[in-house]
Design a protein around this ligand. Sequence first.
Ligand code: SAH
Length: 231
Amino acid sequence: MTSSLNDKTIVKDYFNAKGFDRWRRIYGDGDVNKVQADIRVGHQQTIDKVVAWLKADQNLNLRSICDAGCGVGSLSIPLKEAGARSIYASDISEKMVGEAQARANKLFGNTPDLKFETRDLESISGKYNTVICLDVLIHYPTEDAAKMIAHLASLSEDRLILSFAPKTFWLTILKKIGEFFPGPSKTTRAYQHKELDIRQILIDNGFAIARTEMTSTRFYYSRLLEAVRLR
Ligand code: SAH
């Protein structure tokens, strides 16, 4: 089995079992431990930044959006609330999608504006004005991330928004410490990516970097890049 197939199977199984329980709670509003609360705050900041970018463009209702690796709908739901009318959201984990669908149904009932599906992001088809993939690439080595980004780029007419854990000196040290003292929740590998590598992949796929952001709390680090298609 190739490493990418292996990683995908592990990631999928994780987010259908232990990872589902852990992340559904972190991405929810109930009680969590301190580390999880810190991650929740950091992740919410990433979401808020993306929503703010799309709102600032003032035409959210006219853009089709693909939320690749949508998790429990943490981005898609606020985008719908902000006025998006055409959101396609998918995730490799049926449990995460089930939770996302349940959360959306509670808020919006049955709406054609927001469609969820269980699907590996590399098998998504169609064309979308804006493709967004947040905090997914951490589960794959950079060579696999490159293939995923290339596929996401092929779906995107106008722009691609990605977030990833940046590979920096301090984070490398922190991760080493984490590997020496693996906690019970450390069941998947976390891959960091060099920002220059991700930028180059985006450029190679015909995009230019536009807005950028960085979110760091104590336990959450996420670099956010907006890439726009060159014409
Ligand atoms: N983007 C969401 C969820 C991040 S958690 C958010 O920011 O809230 C990472 C998610 O990526 C998990 O739900 C996991 O199931 C999903 N995922 C991992 N590999 C994937 C793949 N190859 N295709 C689609 N989804 C994937």
